[in-house]
Design a protein around this ligand. Sequence first.
Ligand code: 8X3
Length: 261
Amino acid sequence: MNESQNQLRNRVAIVTGATAGIGKSLVEKLVSNGVRCLAVGRRASRLEALGASLGNARFQAVATDIREANSPDEILKALPADWAMPDLLINNAGLALGIAPAIDCQLSDWLTMIDTNIAGLVRLTHRFLPSLVSAPRADIINLSSIAATYPYPGGNVYGATKAFVRQFSLGLRADLLGTNVRVSSIEPGMCETEFSIVRNGGDESRAKSVYAGMSPLTPDDIASLVLSVLSLPAHVNINSIEVMPTQQAFSALSVHRDQSM
Ligand code: 8X3
């Protein structure tokens, strides 16, 4: 067993958004590194399939929706009796709905993003902070986005929710000083997952075209990055990491030029 596996072995993780993409890849990597995982997601059949593919006693499915007030209770109910309380909270669940300018957006889409990306994350963090603080070492990994820092057309509420995640992570660091809890905000750019299909209202070919002619990040890239962050010695806290595909970068600020001037 190498040193990083040794550090992770027998820790107990909550991973939200575990049915697909980054969350699923995280569960696979954590379990193979000896971590016991409470895999949280809305689609029970997907979680069952993941559990079956892992065939592992270190996996426990929790079919619940973090937008629901009782989701932390559901997670605790699913915690196997011989597992310790969670000492690793990975707030990965999140979504973007639409890429339209603000004036054309549905309020319901905005509220769904706020309920999931902000309220769900806060709900779980609030509930599990006491057990994290009382563990010998603990981590909170929050999945933000480059959209937290770089606004782009159509990013409106999505970007704002991810800015919340980043700033909340940094605020937690401030409040948790003196405890054994580390907090990191992971901020990926383009990463090919179901994210783009959801954002494009289920239109798979439009979602695919987002990644045409370039190599996006993969869920495994981000999961490996999170494993590296977790494997650092306990006295090292990564506050935030921005990560983009090599083929994505920044654009110039835009200027509207009035033709009458
Ligand atoms: C999603 C990354 O680049 O589509 O969080 O905003 S990006």
